[in-house]
Design a protein around this ligand. Sequence first.
Ligand SMILES: *[C@@H]1O[C@H](CO)[C@@H](O)[C@H](O)[C@H]1NC(C)=O
Ligand SMILES: *[C@@H]1O[C@H](CO)[C@@H](O)[C@H](O)[C@H]1NC(C)=O
Ligand SMILES: *[C@@H]1O[C@H](CO)[C@@H](O)[C@H](O)[C@H]1NC(C)=O
Ligand SMILES: *[C@@H]1O[C@H](CO)[C@@H](O)[C@H](O)[C@H]1NC(C)=O
Ligand SMILES: *[C@@H]1O[C@H](CO)[C@@H](O)[C@H](O)[C@H]1NC(C)=O
Ligand SMILES: *[C@@H]1O[C@H](CO)[C@@H](O)[C@H](O)[C@H]1NC(C)=O
Ligand SMILES: [Fe+2]
Length: 481
Amino acid sequence: MAGRRGAGAAVAAWWCAVGLLLGACLAGQTSEYRRRLGSAVDMPLDADVFRAPPGHNAPQQVHITQGNHDGTAMIISWVTTSEPGSSTVLYGTAKDNLNFSANGKHTQYTFYNYTSGYIHHCTVKNLEFDRKYYYAVGIGQTVRKFWFRTPPKSGPDVPYTFGLIGDLGQSFDSNITLAHYESNSKAQAVLFVGDLSYADNYPYHDNVRWDTWARFVERNVAYQPWIWTAGNHEIDFAPELGETKPFKPYSYRYPTPYKDSGSTAPYWYSVKRASAYIIVLASYSSYGKYTPQYKWLEAEFPKVNRSETPWLIVLMHAPWYNSYNYHYMEGETMRVMYEPWFVKYKVDLVFAGHVHAYERTHRISNVAYNIVNGLCTPVHDQSAPVYITIGDGGNQEGLATNMTAPQPAYSAFREPSFGHAILDIKNRTHAYYAWHRNQDGSAMAADSMCHPILAADGRLLRQFPVIDIHTDDSWCCGYST
Ligand SMILES: *[C@@H]1O[C@H](CO)[C@@H](O)[C@H](O)[C@H]1NC(C)=O
Ligand SMILES: *[C@@H]1O[C@H](CO)[C@@H](O)[C@H](O)[C@H]1NC(C)=O
Ligand SMILES: *[C@@H]1O[C@H](CO)[C@@H](O)[C@H](O)[C@H]1NC(C)=O
Ligand SMILES: *[C@@H]1O[C@H](CO)[C@@H](O)[C@H](O)[C@H]1NC(C)=O
Ligand SMILES: *[C@@H]1O[C@H](CO)[C@@H](O)[C@H](O)[C@H]1NC(C)=O
Ligand SMILES: *[C@@H]1O[C@H](CO)[C@@H](O)[C@H](O)[C@H]1NC(C)=O
Ligand SMILES: [Fe+2]
């Protein structure tokens, strides 16, 4: 089945290439691949991936995220359960010489009748670019050691490889997605587009499932930063339980370096990483005119120096362009507010989650409509971003399989399968993007879909992406000029 699909895709890609020569590539593709249906099942509490590390008061749920705007700081977080213990991180560039130290703080929260462990956050600063650092937590008790690599200093041709994961959850499929992502040894950081644990799907939003999720993903996020985006499953607004502070568990557990980009809330912010400038937006915080997020974004776009970071990427949870019959139009109100800026400032890529499936659009915009002129159809626009929905991490709610028909002209490819993506930036003009579907069963090999994109360079020139589909994800498509 995969073979037949591959052949069909190759033909479609060939037609697309022909279309390119003619200056247009309008055909969309709805994949015929159908994964086994039925909703994904959460791993049980005694699953191997949820085991707490051994040792008295051992640090667990270790995770890191970028700690400042330029990448020379890292926020290191972990949880202890018996007693607070130390909030100190020892670190250094040699494995056996952790001669730097930084002191953090610990905090704790309650949610209905749940009381969290001691949640530690420590920011290590003044790191050198492009260096491997070793770090240790649990000082004075059970010490656990990890490592990470800082990004290279930003510059237009600095290569960097990002992973894209969304709506992960903690099902058996989530575990396959994570293992599949980990099998790509080149990936250096994850752009996470929201909906982490799905603890809120449990009775009383059982926050134990926030703990299990963090233990599950530690094997990756203790070693490479995940850049967080808040999704609807992070809101945890539960007045029936007396919990009315939105994002309470999420904000206690997952800090972001928002102050360093002039933001006033942790849910919208920006970071630079190698040749990419990443803007994180909050689908569930107010974004209308005059709101803090609106004012921040208005001031933020002009700050992006495309000569330094040619790749401008935006993350959000609710997609603006989504042709599945799930969460349909939920991103529309934010699109109406912000899309003109995305086109004006030539955003390259917009990644969203929320819809549990995969979809990629052509470069399109829908900014002409002004209520009276009737111009309400998305049109091809070389200044507009490619929009990618990658909410297919594998959570317990299962796949979104019901699509609108026919496929809208703006939609380039869509398929309801669990998976993740890799964005492999080579230099200011070339990046290879591949979506990796999880195969049924335990196999980690997958099809990939790649489309090199001629990025915004100093002159912000654009070219249609070349689209090709291959069945071997160890090789990513070539580029034709
Ligand atoms: C830590 O050791 C490294 C050599 O491994 C040295 O370059 C650095 O200056 C030392 N830092 C401190 C704070 O002692
Ligand atoms: C919280 O309350 C629910 C409902 O009464 C109960 O089932 C659960 O065991 C309680 N959890 C804790 C940690 O007390
Ligand atoms: C999760 O995936 C890892 C890596 O493949 C594997 O070692 C582990 O047994 C899996 N656990 C479950 C519960 O599927
Ligand atoms: C933009 O970045 C380039 C390359 O790093 C640098 O030479 C230039 O001064 C920057 N421009 C501004 C306005 O900061
Ligand atoms: C798919 O979604 C449409 C629109 O919501 C609905 O009318 C239709 O019944 C759905 N089809 C299936 C098979 O669920
Ligand atoms: C940019 O990267 C592409 C793909 O690796 C390569 O073909 C091209 O020569 C590079 N451009 C420059 C200016 O190095
Ligand atoms: Fe969502």
